[in-house]
Design a protein around this ligand. Structure first.
Ligand code: KE4
Length: 431
């Protein structure tokens, strides 16, 4: 059991000044119980907390650290920028062109791209653009998917909203809520029904092409292609929210893995390399409607700032130079097979879903293909599992409805340690 005295102390103090003591709800350990751990240092695949305990990190700051934290090339590039360039000017800079050109080269759907500061900004902007471009009001999202905390998305949302058992949020007006329709992930008929009931008034369908906020749910074969066909038929803008799966499941994201090209793509996490960066982009004829070229307004004080772009650019360059994806797949298969062996030894038929280096062990025996099946998971057992892993020095997401991320710097020894810890934690979860 790690000594958590300083974390507990800090949490009590934090609650005086910060709602719930955290700056993002899913960090609060609400669904797993106990005290959130205050980290003091991150290095590679490891985190060290304020009480000096070290953990093998499978959260990776919720996805950005595909290369591990404090990668030497990224820290060196940041040091150079800090010493020789600056953090922000609020003017155009050359790096903006470099990252835009690189993103358009890497991501199949991108002909133009706009940098922002978070995934939420990216998705909010993409939906506004789709509404401006089509002149239509309604959007279709999928139950359990999470696209950030923009009003239009906090209806049957995943991630922290689902973790807290509050997939809808007060403060979202009826007017907004009525324009957001929820379909069932992997069920094209549920989408067609909504489209037919709202003929000619659906601006966009936004989907996580690999759902990562209801735990991990892969798109069934053909589902994304069916969405593409439907959007083409109905003049609907297809938006792939690749904030989490972009650059994670493949360099070109899920759209390159599955060969389905959306009209717009939203990005974040990995393209910031641990600093605040988001982006949205896609077909030129749509992106040309974005101000100041077009009439759909979108702006940001720190958008494209040199410090954040330095980390993002260096991350993308390393991913292109080193192509870590085959190794990530090999490591993820080791973990999946190890966990599966443990489950068999213990007579448990829990479900594992995985795409590349993002995965989820669901505490349910029901195949998880959508929100409804995901929420059959036993979150109490998951909570015991989480804490047992923590006690063994393994840091995973404090929620059943999040992903486990393997990085390029997790070693085979780390994986073996994790598999052993998984066995012990599964035993604990059944008590
Ligand atoms: P941010 O605004 O948090 O940068 O991105 C929002 C977002 C948009 N789209 C997808 C697919 C996402 O996964 C996210 C954010 N993911 C969560 C983790 N599941 C962020 C963690 C948190 O809320 O603290």
């Amino acid at each position: 059991m790690p000594q958590l005295t300083k974390s507990a102390e800090l949490f009590e103090k934090a609650k005086k000044f910060i709602p719930g003591g955290v700056n993002s709800p899913v960090r609060a350990f609400k669904s797993v119980g106990g005290t959130p751990i205050y980290m003091a240092k991150g290095s590679g695949a490891y985190l060290t907390d304020v009480d000096g305990n070290t953990y093998l990190d499978y959260v990776g700051s919720w996805g950005p650290f595909i290369l591990g934290s404090m990668h030497p090339r990224i820290t060196a590039a940041l040091e150079y920028t800090l010493k020789n360039i600056g953090t922000s000017f609020g003017t155009p800079i050359e790096m903006e062109i470099e990252i835009a050109e690189l993103l358009c080269k890497i991501v199949p759907s991108l002909e133009m791209v706009r940098m922002v500061n978070s995934g939420t900004e990216a998705t909010m902007s993409a939906v506004r653009l789709a509404r401006g471009y089509t002149g239509r009001d309604k959007i279709i999202k999928f139950e359990g998917c999470y696209h950030g905390h923009g009003d239009s998305f906090l209806i049957k949302a995943g991630s922290g909203a689902l973790t807290l058992g509050a997939p809808d949020s007060p403060g979202v007006t009826k007017g907004t809520a009525q324009d957001t329709l929820n379909a069932t992930y992997n069920d094209i008929e549920s989408v067609k029904l909504l489209v037919n009931e709202n003929k000619g008034n659906i601006a966009a369908i936004i989907i996580e092409p690999v759902a990562g906020n209801t735990g991990v749910i892969p798109a069934k074969p053909g589902f994304l292609a069916d969405l593409r066909t439907l959007c083409d038929q109905e003049g609907i803008v297809l938006i792939f929210d690749e904030v989490m799966c972009g650059f994670r499941v493949a360099l070109g994201g899920a759209q390159s893995l599955y060969g389905v090209t959306p009209d717009l793509t939203t990005m974040g996490k990995i393209i910031g390399g641990g600093l605040p960066v988001g982006a949205f982009g896609g077909k030129r004829k749509i992106m040309e409607r974005v101000a100041p070229l077009g009439d759909v307004y979108q702006a940001g004080t720190l958008s494209g700032n040199p410090l954040a772009l330095t980390a993002g650019l260096e991350t993308l360059k390393i991913l292109m130079d080193e192509n870590p994806y085959p190794e990530l797949e090999r490591k993820a298969q080791i973990i999946e097979a190890g966990f599966s062996d443990n489950l068999k030894k213990l007579g448990l038929n829990y479900v594992q879903n995985r795409v590349g280096s993002m995965s989820c062990l669901f505490f349910t025996e029901t195949p998880v293909t959508s929100y409804a099946s995901a929420i059959t998971a036993d979150t109490k057992k998951h909570g015991k599992y989480f804490h047992s892993l923590l006690d063994q020095g393994i840091y995973t997401a404090p929620s059943q409805f999040e992903a486990m991320f393997i990085s390029a710097v997790h070693t085979d020894a780390d994986l073996e340690k994790t598999i052993k810890a998984n066995y012990n934690a599964l035993v604990e979860s059944q008590k």
